[in-house]
Design a protein. Structure first.
Length: 154
């Protein structure tokens, strides 16, 4: 296959085993700062996906809560294929920090009583949310935490 400009387009999605956490790349800025981009894959590509209301609520919950557990979060956003999220952090090369923050954040999701910013003033599609769906996803991902560092099948 021809090498593509987008890193994930060069990943053989038939060889990965979700859920996993994978460092995608490190980008260094002119001043020496480094941006670490992670693939937080929750669903097996081309076999399963997150439904949009649950994914949307999970995005809000994770975006709000991960910053309580991890410094220098630049962004966390869903993949268009609805199988996971990309997380970008500044100047933190600790894989263990990422795993710990994800664990704590998903536990925050389980303990949430509402979705933050779930209204027409703060959200572009406020009617498309499911707290219960987000909690179901979080529960499933947490139950497989022991496999998060294994990206590929044996």
């Amino acid at each position: 296959m021809k090498k593509m400009n987008v890193e994930s387009f060069n990943l053989d999605h038939t060889k990965v085993v979700a859920p996993y956490v994978r460092l995608v790349n490190i980008t260094e800025g002119k001043q020496g700062d480094q941006v670490y981009k992670y693939d937080l894959r929750f669903c097996q590509p081309n076999k399963e996906h997150m439904e949009m209301p649950a994914l949307h609520s999970l995005e809000h919950l994770m975006a709000e809560n991960i910053r309580n557990h991890l410094k220098n979060v630049l962004d966390i956003g869903p993949m268009g294929c609805q199988t996971g999220f990309y997380l970008s952090v500044l100047n933190n090369d600790s894989f263990d920090d990422i795993i710990e923050a994800l664990d704590k954040t998903l536990n925050d999701v389980l303990n949430a009583s509402q979705v933050p910013a779930c209204n027409e003033v703060q959200c572009g599609w406020a009617s498309s949310h499911s707290l219960e769906g987000a909690q179901e996803i979080a529960r499933a991902i947490l139950s497989k935490k022991s496999s998060w560092s294994n990206v590929f099948s044996e």
